[in-house]
Design a protein around this ligand. Structure first.
Ligand code: KIV
Length: 268
């Protein structure tokens, strides 16, 4: 029988840092609307990410590039309406942080919509410094960067070669030094993600990055087996063996906390 948490005030960045300190895995799922937010929150998932993956799973786009700040503000407002405990991170959109000032203006709108932190892709150190100076918490995102898909030429594992791996390690340190308080690592070899997670003081959340990150995130629709495209290899359909959506999310939450997800078959 699943035990649900009853806390009534949202988690903070300090709570996430403390979880890393005591080696408790951080669970994270994407969320885009009030109904799913309520279920995810009730189950006790620690972090909800209003990701620009909404372009794929909500809007049916082939990339995240068409997602606008307005879309992200709207979905953040929806998610925040029913959230009680989970920490909310919202994505800055493609070209929404080409200067530090633009990044701060856009991040401000996401924070006013209910986010507690914004996420941006790549080692945008100037932007991170500036956002943190304005009191805006930042989550970095390294590895596979979906907003750079046209540059990358495909959704491939990143950091396999020694030089690319070293660049990821260096960028992770730079983001932490600039004041990022969370880092998302997408599609990198599990051994590299383990190294980065152990070298950094801030929590590292992985997706396709192996079990040794400080936490895990999945796209909600992928882990419910209702994605519009093929489910990525690193994801798992938790609804398959569950009687309800709530049970599927609870099973993901427990699997991450107990280190049974991701297994080798979901890692690189
Ligand atoms: O937008 C998103 O859903 C993401 C994933 C990597 C979790 O950033």
């Amino acid at each position: 029988m699943t035990q649900y948490l009853t806390a009534s005030s949202p988690l903070t960045v300090n709570d996430l840092a403390a979880m890393k300190q005591r080696s408790e895995k951080i669970t994270c799922l994407t969320a885009y609307d009030a109904s799913f937010s309520a279920v995810i929150d009730k189950v006790g998932i620690d972090v909800m990410l209003v990701g620009d993956s909404l372009g794929n799973v909500i809007q049916g786009q082939s990339t995240t590039l068409p997602v606008t700040l307005r879309d992200l503000v709207y979905h953040t407002q929806c998610v925040a309406k029913t959230r009680r405990r989970a920490f909310i991170v919202a994505d800055l959109p493609f070209l929404g942080y080409i200067t530090p000032v633009l990044a701060a203006k856009n991040a401000g709108k996401l924070l006013r919509a209910g986010a507690q932190m914004v996420k941006l892709e790549g080692a945008k150190i100037d932007c991170v410094n500036f956002l943190v100076d304005q009191g805006i918490p930042v989550c970095g995102h390294l590895g596979l960067l979906p907003q750079s898909i046209n540059l990358l030429g495909g959704y491939k594992v990143q950091g396999r070669e020694p030089e690319a791996a070293q660049k990821l390690i260096d960028d992770a340190h730079l983001l932490q030094q600039a004041g990022a308080q969370l880092l998302l690592l997408e599609c990198v070899p599990a051994a590299l993600a383990k190294d980065i997670s152990s070298q950094l003081d801030i929590p590292v959340i992985g997706i396709g990055a192996g079990v040794d990150c400080d936490g895990q995130v999945l796209v909600l629709y992928d882990m419910l087996g209702i994605g519009v495209g093929n489910r990525p290899r690193f994801s798992k359909d938790f609804l398959q063996d569950a009687a309800s959506i709530e049970e599927a999310i609870a099973s993901y939450h427990q699997a991450v906390k107990q280190l049974t997800f991701p297994s080798a078959e979901h890692s690189f």
